[in-house]
Design a protein around this ligand. Structure first.
Ligand code: FMN
Length: 155
């Protein structure tokens, strides 16, 4: 079913980053979408067990980092371990967006968002954020497209 859904609804691969005080973290996410034009709103679906979830709840800010198609290892790095136990930013180059969120050097574009609402959606929660900062860092880059089997092979 997951393979079918990811084929039927093509999506990019993103790293959603967050700063809560001194702590920074990021996690790979495919379930990211624009949901309003005016104001510009972006929704991210984050499962409550993720360390990133509590950090976004507390900080009220998140940043969507769009990955180019050659960033597969980075997507796995941020998607298969938790910031609860590991500093995933160790050795990773980044800068800082307007409100303090990390912006990966490897991202071709980013959107920093201020949370305006959230709603439960099954086993995930949708954080809806208004875009407060953003930039395209590499206009030539081709986006990575999420394919279930590339990451979760055969299930
Ligand atoms: C390609 C890919 C896409 C993912 N998409 C999502 C997503 O949209 N929402 C989510 O909650 N987790 C998603 N995950 C899982 C999280 O990235 C993963 O659980 C991560 O380790 C959480 O890190 P954290 O505990 O530091 O927040 C995805 C993982 C991968 C590899």
């Amino acid at each position: 079913m997951q393979e079918l859904i990811s084929r039927a609804l093509p999506q990019g691969v993103f790293v959603v980053t967050v700063r809560n005080g001194e702590e920074i973290n990021g996690m790979t996410a495919a379930w990211v979408s624009q949901v309003s034009f005016k104001p510009a709103l972006v929704a991210v679906a984050i499962a409550p067990p993720r360390h990133t979830f509590g950090m976004i709840e507390e900080a009220g800010i998140f940043c969507v980092n769009a990955l180019p198609k050659d960033a597969f290892e980075l997507a796995k790095h941020f998607g298969f371990k938790s910031g609860r136990k590991t500093d995933k930013f160790k050795g990773i180059e980044y800068s800082t967006a307007l409100k303090g969120s990390p912006v990966l050097k490897a991202a071709y574009a980013y959107l920093e968002c201020s949370v305006v609402s959230k709603c439960e959606a099954g086993d995930h929660v949708l954080f809806i954020g208004e875009v407060v900062d953003g930039n395209e860092l590499d206009p030539e880059a081709e986006p990575m497209i999420f394919r279930w089997n590339d990451f979760f092979g055969g299930k």
